[in-house]
Write a protein that binds this ligand. Structure first.
Ligand code: XMP
Length: 315
């Protein structure tokens, strides 16, 4: 990549030439889409509308947090409530690639509607290199269809513009710091959101379980990092497994869900090693999950697999 400063200057010039009318940007509040939004806003100002889709699959408090970021960045924005649409499209689906394709398609349909209303011809996305590399095509195998690439439908009524296509996460973070993007240090979060951390049908009930478990993992890890007891992993979250196992609660039999904790260290997400989380921290997370979620979860495990052979997310 060019130096961050040159890249910003060059991109702003290109956007000014290529995008003459209005545009919308698919903005999840993650570092990639926030940087893409900040760059394009520099070029076309308020002709850019940031669209955040509340698909019912986001983390606890995320919609409110993202709205605050939009306000602090001075974005022209809209929050689309599409929860029912996503849940009904995902009904009965458990196969990971099918989930990803449905989610990619739904996102585009919401963006198309909004673009039409706003009079935008362009859809900007914060796609980065690993998204299209892992989505396959040509001689490349499909590892997983990233929602914003392999999950895109064949037909869509907008032109796509992706200013960060050739960059990796560490490079995007450099740009974020330079552009004063508040999301610069947020951990990566996949576009298909909690749907790919729920190894089961994507129902509001299952999503509520994984949302709470992810919140506990994030909250405990941040606490221990702040106390200097461990270093911050690159990414850390929970996964809801589809199997049940036998447990005991008081003197009664339980037959509950299993949560896997995943934490990895990486530079660009293309390879990763599992984080060495102190056993005390893992024990505390396990206890908090099984105490506060005792009606649903009775077992917690830690994933000690690198990428490769695993991937970071389980789906
Ligand atoms: P994997 O699971 O492929 O993930 O090792 C590598 C990094 O990418 C994130 N990820 C996604 N990001 N759209 C995204 O924008 C997606 O569809 C997607 N799937 C995975 C993942 O969280 C990790 O940081």
């Amino acid at each position: 990549m060019l130096g961050a400063e040159d890249f910003i200057e060059e991109t702003v010039e290109t956007v000014k030439k290529q995008i003459t009318g209005k545009a919308i940007i698919a903005c999840s509040g993650g570092v990639d889409s926030m940087v893409a939004a900040a760059l394009v806003k520099k070029a076309i100002g308020d002709k850019l509308l940031a669209v955040y889709v509340d698909n019912g699959l986001m983390r606890k408090g995320e919609t409110e947090e993202v709205e605050q970021m939009f306000k602090s960045m001075g974005f022209n924005y809209v929050i689309e409530d599409a929860k029912d649409e996503f849940f009904s499209a995902l009904k009965g689906v458990t196969e990971p690639e099918a989930k990803r394709k449905i989610i990619g398609e739904k996102f585009i349909r919401v963006f198309e509607r909004r673009a039409k209303e706003y009079g935008a011809e362009f859809l900007i996305q914060g796609t980065i290199a690993p998204d299209w590399i892992e989505s396959g095509g040509g001689v490349r195998d499909t590892i997983k269809s990233h929602h914003n690439v392999g999950g895109l439908p064949k037909e869509m009524g907008m032109s796509l513009y992706e200013p960060l296509r050739d960059l990796y996460k560490d490079e995007v973070r450099d740009l974020a710091r330079m552009l004063g993007v508040v999301a610069s240090e947020r951990q990566p979060f996949p576009g298909p959101a909690l749907a790919v951390r729920c190894l089961d049908e994507v129902t509001p009930e299952n999503i509520a379980v994984i949302r709470e478990a992810c919140f506990i993992v994030e909250d405990e890890i941040r606490k221990y990092v702040a106390e200097g007891k461990m270093k911050m992993p690159w990414q850390y979250f929970a996964v809801l497994l589809p199997s049940r196992s036998v447990g005991v609660q008081g003197d009664r039999r339980a037959y509950g869900r299993t949560i896997a904790i995943r934490a990895v260290d990486s530079i660009d997400g293309m390879t990763a090693t599992y984080s060495n989380i102190p056993i005390e921290v893992l024990g505390r997370i396990s206890q908090r999950i099984t105490n506060t979620m005792k009606d649903s979860v009775n077992r917690v495990v830690y994933d000690i697999t690198n990428k490769p052979p695993a991937t970071i997310e389980w789906e």
